[in-house]
Write a protein that binds this ligand. Structure first.
Ligand code: ZN
Length: 162
C-alpha cells in the first residue's frame, strides 16, 4: 500500500534484513539505540534508516511504549497529495536521524483506530513520542531539515523534563 521504501515492524520490534546473509532480523523496540548483530551470521546490523510503516494499533502501542529512542510518526493517507509530496523528505529524515530517533509512518485510512486515538484531524501530521508519551505535534508538509529541527527540539525538551 505504501509505495515508498520502508521497513515493517511486528509488536516486538523493527524487522530488518541482514546486509550479509539477507536473513530477517528483529531489532527489539527496547534496543533501538544499540548496535545489533545478525542472529544468524553475526554481521553488524545498521540502525533503521528508512521509515517504519506501522500496520496495526497493537504494533503502534508496543512501539510507543517500548521504544528506547524518540519516535517521530508521520500520519499519512494514500489520497493526501501533500503527504505524497512530503514522503521523500520523511525518508530523508529517517536516514539523517538513524540511531538517534526512529521515524515511523501510520496510514490513517488503513488504521482509523490509531488515528482516532491520537485525534488526528489534518494530515500530514507529525507527532513526536518519547518514553511512552506524546511530546509535540505539528501539521503540514515540510522539509527533512525542518522536521529534524522540530523533532530534536521536542525530544530534548522531553529528556530535560524526565
Ligand atoms: Zn546475517
Amino acid at each position: 500500500m505504501n509505495p515508498s521504501p520502508h521497513l515493517l515492524a511486528d509488536d516486538r520490534g523493527v524487522v530488518t534484513q541482514c546486509p550479509r546473509c539477507h536473513r530477517a532480523n528483529r531489532i527489539p523496540f527496547s534496543r533501538l539505540h544499540q548496535s545489533g548483530q545478525c542472529g544468524s551470521c553475526k554481521a553488524p546490523l545498521a540502525h533503521p534508516a528508512l521509515p517504519v510503516e506501522i500496520e496495526s494499533l497493537a504494533i503502534f502501542s508496543a512501539l510507543i511504549a517500548g521504544a528506547s529512542l524518540p519516535v517521530l510518526v508521520d500520519f499519512w493517507a494514500p489520497w493526501c497529495g501533500p503527504c505524497q509530496m512530503v514522503a521523500p523528505e520523511v525518508a530523508r529524515l529517517a536516514a539523517l536521524v538513524a540511531g538517534t530517533m526512529l521515524v515511523a509512518k501510520v496510514n490513517t485510512e488503513a488504521n482509523p483506530d490509531i488515528a482516532g486515538r491520537l485525534g488526528v484531524r489534518s494530515i500530514p501530521l507529525f507527532v513526536v513520542f518519547f518514553n511512552g508519551k506524546e511530546v509535540d505535534r505539528t501539521a503540514g508538509a515540510m522539509g527533512a531539515e525542518q522536521l529534524q529541527a522540530f523533532a530534536s527540539a521536542a525530544a530534548r525538551r522531553a529528556e530535560g523534563a524526565r
